[in-house]
Write a protein that binds this ligand. Structure first.
Ligand code: SAH
Ligand code: SF4
Ligand code: F3S
Length: 461
């Protein structure tokens, strides 16, 4: 680490001496989705590049950053409870506190009023300006903000350390141009910006050279991807090229919006074994009335056609989804429709949530008619139903053999754990040397959320 004054390269204020960051530390805690997890990897890379060292507790840190999520009220509250605890910290005066991500964008400068000890508020659409903002902070500015959503930039920075050793995240598109009535994301992450396909492929090659064998392509709506470079590839075309990257064993992608989910995507998976047999296709509701009020832009029937296309693929592709219960105006009959849809599709896994009213979303104009108790009841019924489906589906896998990437050792029982291409969790016994390897595992028992198996061979095909 340099102890010299460093010149700032291509930033405003260029040529000004920058105070030394030598010996300075940062703590960064992340809430929310994979996009946030990956943003945090980039923010950490930026800080390390400026000479900061990462520490694992806020007490010992000079910079304390929270990368926040605002998708439901409970998620958004987390950062305020953290900020409340920080307020009592005896070392607070010497610290610089930053709120990043979706709550930062959502609440903006109001955060300074609610928590005056916060110094920096920055939404993800302004991360490309973070170096400049950090320079202001280092020069002693006490309040720094990055809240503009008017951008066509993506956050490109060197990543010094990824949180997972074998699977790397790779952003292909940022932001969201949809306007689902319940959702804050278009307001917190700004408009869609796709990264040029040559950059994406360059990143894939670099990751493979660094030793990653699995890449997860990220975006709020990966299938709205529009290549801004002259090649002008669609998402399916990009996917096919990623599937051809030499040395790559697995590529996944998340999240797909049903409206933009086309048969070409299934064709790409079918023809490229590297593309994993898993599609996450959030449906939200099984009722046309609710889907239309949610502004999801598809009907139950159209959604089922897409499912049918996935089910007719050359190899079995697992399907997962997101569901919301208790959306304003959702009747018992509407909810029943969600249950019948879940039965009809037979999802391999599902995330389900109680509707949570969010600031500035259009659903606020609708009456939040389903009471909390009823929402809880519906969520319980839905989760029980889905659990039974998963148990039943997973039981059919007993006796079959799957290739599993051994990702880590379980603290609880020392077993290795990893994912199949279809994104099922498999636990099995094996040595440390298998970590990072693709191992053939025969399934011996099945729960709703994971499988147990035994290794049949150490397959490094
Ligand atoms: N871009 C993805 C999902 C992003 S948010 C998509 O379009 O599917 C992840 C999930 O959170 C959503 O799929 C939805 O099920 C849930 N969610 C979003 N806003 C919500 C809200 N206000 N209340 C409850 N659940 C919500
Ligand atoms: Fe939210 Fe809808 Fe965009 Fe997904 S597609 S991020 S649910 S607005
Ligand atoms: Fe949350 Fe923002 Fe992701 S609201 S789910 S962190 S896009």
């Amino acid at each position: 680490m340099s102890s010299q004054l460093v010149q700032i390269g291509d930033l405003p204020g260029k040529g000004l001496p920058r105070p030394s960051t030598d010996g300075k530390t940062f703590y960064l805690e992340t809430f929310g989705c994979q996009m946030n997890a990956h943003d945090s990897e980039k923010v950490a890379g930026l800080l390390v590049g400026r000479g900061y060292r990462r520490v694992s507790s806020y007490e010992e840190a000079d910079l304390v950053f929270y990368n926040t999520c605002s998708i439901r009220e409970k998620a958004a509250q987390k950062v305020f409870s953290r900020l409340g605890i920080l307020k009592e910290d005896p070392g607070l005066k010497e610290k610089f506190i930053g709120v990043l991500g979706c709550v930062a964008q959502q609440e903006g400068e109001k955060i300074f009023q609610r928590a005056p000890h916060v110094n920096l508020v920055c939404g993800s659409a302004s991360y490309h300006r973070l170096p400049e903002m950090l320079s202001e902070m280092e020069a002693g500015k006490k309040r720094v903000t990055g809240l503009s959503l008017d951008t066509d930039e993506c956050f490109e920075t060197e990543i010094t350390r990824r949180d997972q050793p074998f699977r790397a995240y790779l952003t292909i598109i940022e932001g969201c141009d949809k306007s689902c009535a319940y959702c804050v994301v278009p307001m917190t992450r700004g408009p869609e910006r796709s990264r040029p396909s040559d950059k994406v492929l360059e990143d894939c090659h670099r990751l493979v050279n660094e030793g990653y064998t699995e890449i997860q392509l990220l975006g709020q709506n990966v299938n709205s991807y529009r290549d801004p470079s002259p090649a002008g590839w669609s998402f399916a075309e990009l996917l096919a090229r990623v599937g051809e990257v030499d040395g790559l064993r697995r590529a996944r992608f998340t999240t797909s919006h049903p409206r933009d989910f086309h048969p070409e995507i299934v064709e790409a998976i079918d023809t490229h074994p590297v593309l994993c047999d898993h599609v996450h296709l959030p449906v939200q509701s099984g009722s046309d009335r609710v889907l239309s009020r949610m502004r999801r832009d598809y009907t139950r029937e159209e959604y089922l056609e897409k499912i049918n296309c996935i089910r007719n693929a050359g190899r079995a592709i697992s399907i997962s989804t997101d569901l919301i219960v208790g959306f304003p105006g959702e009747t018992r009959e509407d909810f029943e429709q969600t249950l019948t849809l879940v039965d009809e599709v037979g999802y391999d896994s599902a995330f389900s949530f109680k509707y949570s009213p969010r600031p500035k979303t259009s659903a606020l104009d609708l009456v939040d008619s389903v009471g909390e108790e009823e929402k809880t009841l519906r969520l319980g019924i839905l989760q029980d139903r889905q659990r039974a489906i998963q148990l039943q589906r997973n039981a059919t896998l007993i006796g079959r053999t799957f290739e599993v990437l051994a990702e880590r050792r379980q603290k609880r029982d020392g077993q290795l754990t990893g994912h199949t291409s279809s994104h099922r969790v498999v636990n099995f016994s094996g040595g440390q040397e298998l970590l990072g390897q693709y191992v053939d595992v025969r399934i011996t028992s099945a729960g709703a959320n994971s499988l147990v198996g035994e290794m049949v061979q150490n397959g490094s095909r």
